[in-house]
Design a protein around this ligand. Structure first.
Ligand code: G3P
Ligand code: MG
Length: 375
């Protein structure tokens, strides 16, 4: 009884403030831990100060990614304290039940598996399409795709052009999700163009609207464009190379250029997820509050009723981490502060458009700054 009593006295009280850490450029550069990253996370865990990792990265399951990061940083982490670019896509499964989605990006078949784990039941990838229809892209190195292509459900799905009074080509894709950075920008650009110019996602058809949704339908059927979801807006990110690398936002900008050239400047209809967008921060705050409750539950007889009062967002990208924290309207009423570190993409010589509450050297400086404000 005495030992139990002692350990209960020693456990620090779970704080009513927390941290949210960006990963690339704050904790890691590719898979290399940044100095003092381990020290920062370990200290917060000892002090029972909740934190989550909030990244625009992705491309594999949350479980696999968290295990990798935990191994690199030698800090125990679990999925309850982790949100990556496509994690919020899991909330869209209901909308696409029994519908066919195209999942783009990432290594091999990994993102299809992530989407299926979320609950999407009918997932195609560019590898499936180029393997089934090699002439979709004249320069396709489709033999590289064969190992992770899946045969289409039936071979009569071959795309062909049609006029509105005939039945459309049967292969219909109801939505396009960019889960991670595309590995073949050419093939993926061609497929996105084909589908967004198609009649309601029927691969091989061509809507007379030419990408302009404001034009009247062609009378034969609702000529809508399949919704296009991006998971990560980052134009640049901090990888192992000493200069920033193009991210998923680089692919999006390139595609927008092709889209404008082909459609004569039609606006690209798209739904953006990832930092700095409100949906991603709201999703992260819910997960952070749940994680904090779990910490409270572990150390106390009842779950604490007080909410999460303040969150310190630590990031290296002013247009992603800092803008998102500065502009976030917290449904839970918590106050978010933004801390910009110099260990990632932030270019010291430029005045950041989105001004952080403070600029510091690295993640440990960021934790110290936050703790000083908490007194
Ligand atoms: O693809 C990852 C990159 O966009 C940046 O990720 O962790 O800095 O949000 P992160
Ligand atoms: Mg970053």
């Amino acid at each position: 009884q005495h030992n139990l009593q002692t350990s209960a006295q020693v456990l620090p009280k779970v704080s009513d403030f927390a941290f949210a850490f960006d990963i690339d450029g704050v904790l890691l550069r590719s898979s290399n831990p940044l100095p003092r990253a381990r020290k920062a996370l370990s200290y917060l865990q000892e002090q029972r100060i909740p934190f989550i990792l909030l990244t625009n990265g992705g491309g594999k399951s949350e479980k696999e990614r968290v295990q990798e990061i935990s191994d690199h940083l030698e800090v125990p982490l679990d999925v309850s304290m982790f949100v990556q670019a496509h994690t919020p896509f899991a909330e869209l499964v209901g909308e696409y039940k029994d519908k066919c989605i195209l999942v783009v990006g990432g290594e091999g078949d990994k993102c299809r598996k992530v989407a299926e784990n979320y609950g999407f039941a009918n997932v195609l990838t560019p590898a499936d399409l180029i393997t089934a229809f090699p002439n979709l892209w004249p320069f396709g190195s489709f033999q590289n795709y064969k190992p992770y292509a899946r045969a289409l459900s039936n071979s009569t799905l071959s795309p062909r052009s049609y006029t509105p009074n005939l039945t459309p080509p049967p292969l219909k894709i109801d939505a396009i999700f960019i889960f991670h950075d595309p590995r073949d920008w050419a093939l993926d650009t061609q497929l996105l163009l084909d589908l967004l110019l198609s009649s309601s996602g029927h691969l091989g058809s061509l809507s007379p609207k030419n990408g302009n949704p404001s034009l009247p339908n062609n009378g034969y059927q609702q000529d809508s464009q399949p919704p296009l979801y991006f998971s990560n807006p980052d134009l640049l990110w901090a990888a192992a190379y000493h200069l920033p690398r193009l991210g998923q936002g680089g692919f999006r900008e390139a595609f927008e250029g092709v889209w404008k050239a082909v459609t004569g400047n039609a606006k690209l209809e798209k739904k953006m997820f990832g930092k700095p967008h409100q949906e991603t921060f709201a999703f992260a705050e819910k997960r952070l509050a749940r994680h904090r409750h779990a910490l409270l539950g572990a150390g106390r007889s009842r779950i604490g009723t007080e909410g999460l009062k303040r969150v310190y967002m630590v990031g290296d990208n002013p247009e992603s981490d800092i803008q998102g924290a500065n502009e976030f309207k917290s449904p839970a009423g918590s106050q978010w502060r933004s801390i910009l570190v110099r260990s990632g993409v932030f270019d010291e010589g430029k005045e950041p458009v989105h001004r952080p509450d403070v600029v510091v050297g690295d993640v440990w400086d960021a934790v110290e700054w936050g703790l000083e404000r908490e007194g």
